[in-house]
Write a protein that binds this ligand. Sequence first.
Ligand code: FES
Length: 258
Amino acid sequence: MTFEPRIVGFLCNWCSYAGADLAGVSRIQYPTNIRIIRLMCSGRVDPVIVLDTLINGADGVLVMGCHFGDCHYTVGNFYAERKFRMLKKLIALTGLEDGRLRLEWVSASEGARFADIVREFTNQIKALGPSPLAGENPKPDLLQNMQAAQMAAASFRLRVLVGREKGLVDEGNVYGEKLPQEEFDRVMDDAVTAEYLRNKIYLMVKKEPLSVKELSKRLGLDSQKALRHIVAMKRHGMVAVGQVEGATPLYVALEMGR
Ligand code: FES
């Protein structure tokens, strides 16, 4: 049986959805693999929802918005682009192929471009094959990684960073001082990695009590770094010592400790 990917498209109402509509009324053929969800603006596409879509077995996710300068809410697509970049960094940590995710700009007059992108993306997903998260038995490790990524995307720290990037890098503070993009990217990379690892540790110790040594072994992480994450997680009420084996503390997840 040939593989027919299930692709979810998040399209902004004013440009991309109108572009899809134009493709339809112009009778331009494109694959029927895409299921379209219309939003008012690409800036409304929450990374948590995109991750949820992939966790629930979508083979690919296509986000589309207006070209820069055309967003009906002026800067919505700038925010979409920044959220997408953060999302890509998180996906790279999980091990899921990042080709399953794509962001494109399509205007209301670009029906043919919309059809081309859908065709090209469908072929790309066909080449990748079915999502390892689809079906009855998704890969357990990957599923846990994706859940950790989703929790990280929902964290206050990453939401604030994504929301502040444009202001800090493009506009600057009240004195007009701007943060260099490389500097911001470094801060963002560190925050994405830390949030991802902490949520991964949280899910691991939720399943069974684990020592810092065991965590660092399973994560392939330096034990000092693993310990630093545990200390931060204890401070935030995410984990606590559940039991002591010999002289080694084993950590457990706290249910309401977020
Ligand atoms: Fe289309 Fe904002 S309205 S991206």
